[in-house]
Design a protein around this ligand. Structure first.
Ligand SMILES: NC(=O)c1ccc[n+]([C@@H]2O[C@H](COP(=O)([O-])OP(=O)(O)OC[C@H]3O[C@@H](n4cnc5c(N)ncnc54)[C@H](OP(=O)(O)O)[C@@H]3O)[C@@H](O)[C@H]2O)c1
Length: 320
């Protein structure tokens, strides 16, 4: 494995491990294989693990804790607060200091650790000022419950306001907003692209027509029938390019992200060892300027990919 630095001193594996799909969103969980995958991540030197209290309504943090507690000093654990399941089954968001104080205690308890390495606000709550939210998060650092702070899907304006209250060490977002990357670089913030394989699409192995009804992707525009032809053409061409470069499509997608800056640490998600091994190989894929241009040319050729989020999810886009 190769490593990158967070806040100039914490050694994070160049790709992390997104743990969400082990308990949430994508198909049927298999705890046994997930635990084996977590152990395998340690063998591969992948130390940057990503979870959230919302994933599986706490189940994902509890699952991860099984390997985390006995290997505490080998893992840099990131979790998030804010999303919550309402009693009527809908999803709500609460970024208030009062809620955060209860959420962090619950995460510490489920993870069975004394301190969380990186604590993210999962979104920016339109009903709470960024200053109040980050001020309360900073108190957790002072109390020794949390080491570093992160934001997810925050706008440039929110990042600046948050950073003025307390240093923000990581921004976790989908890789899409051009102004955000230079800002992260300028402020020394690690950019953590989530869903870096476009939720499996870029691997050229995802058959959207075979997804079970409860798969989260079923509700997102990008995985609907109307975009299938464009996306199949895109992923086939991308896979062809990967074959020409002698790597897998997942490795090519991750290597492209890594090439965008040394402050970038993607967190591909998987619950399976063979996929984890494939992803880890991306750190040895070296891309030339010409390779990067080839990738961008293929992406530009098939622009009709469908939106990443539907109306309900867009409710949480930061408008600050
Ligand atoms: N902050 C946020 O709001 C937010 C939102 C979404 C995700 N995240 C984080 O980002 C992490 C990653 O995102 P994601 O899981 O949504 O999407 P992703 O990493 O883009 O893709 C995951 C999907 O790709 C498959 N896959 C992984 N590696 C593969 C390989 N080498 N070959 C073929 N298929 C492969 C996985 O299969 P299997 O399921 O079979 O392993 C899974 O279906 C999550 O685990 C979570 O921690 C954060």
């Amino acid at each position: 494995m190769k490593y990158r630095l967070l806040s100039g001193k914490e050694k994070l594996s160049s790709i992390g491990l997104g743990c969400m799909s082990m308990s949430h969103g994508y198909g049927v969980p298999n705890d046994e294989e997930s635990i084996a995958t977590l152990h395998y991540a340690l063998d591969l030197g992948i130390n940057f693990w990503d979870t959230a209290d919302f994933y599986g309504n706490g189940k994902n943090e509890a699952l991860v804790s099984g390997v985390l507690t006995t290997n505490r000093n080998k893992i840099f654990i990131a979790t998030k607060f804010g999303f919550k399941q309402n009693p009527d089954g809908t999803v709500g968001f609460d970024g208030s200091p009062a809620y955060m104080k209860t959420a962090v205690e619950a995460s510490l308890k489920r993870l069975k650790v004394e301190v969380i390495d990186l604590y993210y606000a999962h979104r920016i709550d339109p009903n709470v000022t960024v200053e109040d939210m980050v001020g309360a998060m900073a108190e957790l650092v002072q109390q020794g419950k949390v080491r570093y702070l992160g934001l997810s899907e925050a706008s440039a304006n929110s990042i600046k306001r948050a950073h003025a209250v307390h240093p923000i060490s990581a921004l976790q977002s989908e890789y899409s907003v051009p102004e955000i990357l230079p800002l992260c670089k300028e402020l020394g913030i690690t950019f953590v692209p989530f869903s870096p394989l476009a939720r499996g699409l870029m691997t050229n192995t995802l058959n959207v027509s075979e997804l079970p009804d409860n798969d989260f992707r079923k509700a997102l525009p990008r995985y609907q029938q109307q975009y299938q032809e464009n996306n199949q053409n895109l992923t086939r061409a991308f896979a062809q390019l990967a074959a020409e470069k002698g790597c897998s499509p997942a490795q090519l997608a991750l290597a492209w992200l890594l090439a965008q800056g040394d402050n970038i640490v993607p967190i591909p998600g998987t619950k399976k060892r063979d996929k984890l091994k494939d992803n880890a190989g991306c750190v040895d894929v070296n891309l030339s300027e010409e390779d990067l241009r080839d990738i961008e040319r293929v992406i530009a050729q098939y622009p009709n990919t469908g939106d990443r989020y539907n109306e309900a999810n867009l409710k949480w886009v930061d408008k600050n």
